[in-house]
Write a protein that binds this ligand. Structure first.
Ligand code: GLP
Length: 240
């Protein structure tokens, strides 16, 4: 059954947030034989990944699990540890036995989106998209102004995104300026979606996501046009 409005689950910060996110993730995948799953990077999902690789390690859905990359930087050498796909591998996939053949990722050059495009063409949609929320409302690297019907593509990062990611790179001048991202339409086609939002830093954009005008200027408002969306938000993100 489809549910037209995002379901909001509020948690305490820290373990409660991580455990709730992991439970919603596992509940979404049980019974799916070979799930195709979009996974995010960033600080927000770290606790959920820790919980999944320990408490949920033996779930049957890992057996034929297929990871579809959400976004990644362009121009890093293949296998660079700062690539988002290396990051998801370290935090989750290597621990739950997902083989390289089941990791559909972006390449490091400008035509590096071919694998992801052909996967989407063949599968139609992901079974589950797990997303973080940028402080400017971006999903993946769909920056403000991204059309709701946008598809996989290379993009320029917004200056605020470069600044927000500077800490991971040892300075703003070192952050790559170009990236691949799934489009908002690719994300919106997913059968289920989980948005993870934590911390007071995200309170204003979560409010805009839930209550502001639905518009490409706040890409995350696309979630309000989708079915089967669950938002897991901690008390900080809820402004409490
Ligand atoms: C990056 C990623 C997004 C992610 C966002 C939030 O910009 N491209 O996919 O959701 O950061 O990161 P964090 O969870 O660290 O706030």
């Amino acid at each position: 059954m489809s549910d037209p409005k995002p379901k909001l689950i509020e948690t305490a910060a820290g373990d409660d947030f991580a455990e709730t996110a992991a439970r919603v993730f596992a509940d979404s995948l049980r019974g799916i034989e070979s799930p195709l799953v979009i996974l995010p990077t960033g600080n927000t999902p770290l606790g959920m990944y820790r919980c999944l690789r320990t408490r949920y390690k033996d779930e049957p859905f890992w057996k034929n699990f297929r990871y579809l990359a959400l976004d990644d930087y362009i121009g890093l050498p293949v296998g660079d540890e700062r690539c988002f796909h290396s990051w998801v591998a370290r935090e989750l996939l290597d621990h739950v036995g997902v083989p390289a053949a089941n990791r559909i990722v972006f390449g490091s050059v400008d035509d590096g989106a071919e694998g992801v495009k052909s996967c989407l063409a063949a599968c139609g949609s992901a079974d589950l998209a797990v997303l973080g929320l940028g402080e400017n409302g971006h999903l993946g690297f769909n920056e403000p102004g991204s059309a709701f019907d946008s598809t996989v593509r290379a993009v320029d990062l917004a200056p605020g995104t470069v600044a927000a990611n500077a800490a991971y790179w040892g300075g703003e001048d070192r952050v790559p300026r170009r990236a691949f991202t799934l489009g908002l339409r690719d994300i919106a086609r997913s059968k289920r979606t989980i948005l993870l939002v934590a911390g007071t830093r995200k309170a204003a954009i979560l409010k805009a996501t839930l209550e502001g005008p639905v518009s490409p200027e706040v890409p995350s408002t696309v979630l309000r046009t989708m079915n089967n969306v669950t938002i897991v938000a901690d008390e900080g993100a809820m402004g409490r």
